[in-house]
Write a protein that binds this ligand. Structure first.
Ligand code: PLP
Length: 455
């Protein structure tokens, strides 16, 4: 070899970097992949989302902080979805939308094939996102002052929806057993009062990443049937199962359970369509469906045509893309889990069975505000307190591996430095830790944003 030195770079792997100084020659940089496979997939492409109206990225405009907080991924949506949207844009008339041909049939088919759930198309109610639908459900069931139960930590809108509907929230903490979270059935039963009307479940669970087993779901469903409590089951992450497990829609347990359940699903988490506000609710019980529909019409608007078009293309033409995404996320999950549990002292996390979210225990760091601590290190995570999980942070690993490695390395460096420098210095509370208010934050218009707008 005539060259004076060489470098081996293994792109797309978790990198261990060793630098050798070879006398008289160049510096040799040897980068060794450990557990993770070389990928070179479309998901490796780093896309600059700054200035493109991204809620996730605008939070840190002008600061060197990589956002890994809100649950959208830094990947382009599947090509058939983009093409479907283009067709409607090119058509150019964008009036109020109705469900497009073939979409309800696609949902019926998907649920049958993926989960063995046979539904009637008339049970599907489309909604411009699931957060408004959760709020509608809380309004539609029971009377003012009734009680709604949920299991914490939980996706923050679950914590606000009961109060928005003039109901009382009853929180049952999930119990942590043998390295994973589950329902505390005894505490749930004890919490039930004559005013308990609704239970709100999240399966797969955001933020803890559990895919609940049949036995766990049966225990909840039985108690609800016995006590006349309707179940709301948010299954928005049902297509993002990373383990060999199957997702079980709670409504498939029995016809009685189906008749007592409001199920929430959407294409938006799996196919990265959060900005299109598209979701649907499945209510087999006619009486409950009518109540829900009546409230929905009063409270929220319709879904837009682009959400319909994107969902149809996602469900009917994008299954290969989803398989590749799942493989990529699995490797990201493995990387994050190993890194957090083995490389970064004082942090730990459980195995993530589904979602692209890691629920990280930062209590041993002993800092007053873990989000502020990691923001100071250049990483923007979501505060566990918003989920009622004090001392935890949530990390979204739906990013190219290169970005994720940068995030993990920044975290490791900061934690190691911090542990060396104990005793603690007070770290200011992060403004982003104030309640759950990502939507209230004003985005600052950067130069890049103006360029993007004028393209
Ligand atoms: C469990 C859960 N439900 C609902 C949503 C939001 O749904 P949408 O964007 O359709 O309102 C999210 C978003 O992260 C979520 O995690």
């Amino acid at each position: 070899m005539s060259c004076k030195g060489f470098a081996i770079a293994v792109v797309g792997r978790e990198i261990e970097r060793s630098v050798f100084l070879v006398p008289g020659l160049w510096v040799v940089v040897l980068e060794i992949g450990r557990n993770e496979q070389m990928n070179n997939s479309e998901f490796d492409t780093v896309i600059d989302r700054r200035g493109t109206g991204s809620l996730k990225w605008n939070r840190y405009t002008g600061r060197d902080i990589i956002p890994v907080w809100i649950a959208d991924m830094d990947f382009q949506v599947p090509l058939p979805v983009r093409q479907a949207i283009h067709r409607y844009i090119d058509f150019g008339v964008l009036g109020y939308a109705d469900v497009i041909d073939g979409l309800n049939e696609a949902v019926v088919e998907k649920l049958k094939v993926d989960f063995g759930w046979e539904i009637d198309a008339s049970w599907i109610i489309w909604s411009p996102g699931l957060v408004p639908a959760l709020n509608v459900a809380c309004c539609a069931v029971g009377a003012d002052g009734d009680e709604i139960v949920t299991f914490t930590p939980i996706y923050p809108p679950f914590l606000n929806a009961p109060e928005n509907a003039r109901k009382k929230l009853i929180e049952i903490p999930l119990c942590h057993k043998d390295g994973s979270y589950t329902f505390d059935i005894e505490e749930f039963e004890q919490s039930i009062s004559p005013k308990t009307r609704l239970v709100m479940l999240c399966n797969p669970h955001n933020p803890v990443g559990r895919v609940y087993k049949k036995k766990e779901l049966e225990a909840i469903a039985e108690i609800c049937l016995k006590n006349n409590i309707i179940m709301c089951s948010d299954e928005i992450f049902c297509d993002l199962i990373l383990d060999e497990k199957k997702h079980i829609p709670i409504a498939t347990l029995s016809d009685r359970v189906a008749g007592n359940t409001i199920t929430f699903m959407a294409s938006c988490k799996t196919y990265n369509l959060g900005g299109l506000n598209c979701g649907y609710v499945i209510i087999p019980n006619e009486k409950i469906r009518e109540k829900f529909l009546a409230k929905k019409t009063e409270i929220i608007s319709r879904m837009g045509i682009l959400g319909f078009a994107a969902t149809l293309a996602a469900y009917t033409q994008s299954s290969d893309w989803r398989e590749k995404l799942l493989e990529y996320l699995r490797q990201n999950r493995n990387l994050v889990t190993r890194y957090i549990n083995e490389e970064i002292p004082a942090l730990s996390m459980d195995h993530v069975e589904a979602t692209f979210l890691a629920w990280i225990d930062a209590r041993k760091l002993k800092v007053p505000d873990p989000v502020a601590f990691f923001e100071n290190a250049g990483v923007g995570m979501q505060d566990g307190r918003e989920f009622h999980g004090d001392g935890f942070v949530r990390l979204n690993f739906g990013s190219p591996r290169k970005t994720l490695l940068k995030v993990l390395n920044r975290m490791k460096t900061a934690v190691k430095k911090h542990l060396k420098s104990l005793p603690l210095i007070a770290i200011p509370r992060s403004p982003s830790a104030e309640r759950y208010a990502p939507y209230a934050k004003q985005s600052r218009h950067s130069k890049r944003s103006k360029e993007f707008q004028s393209k």
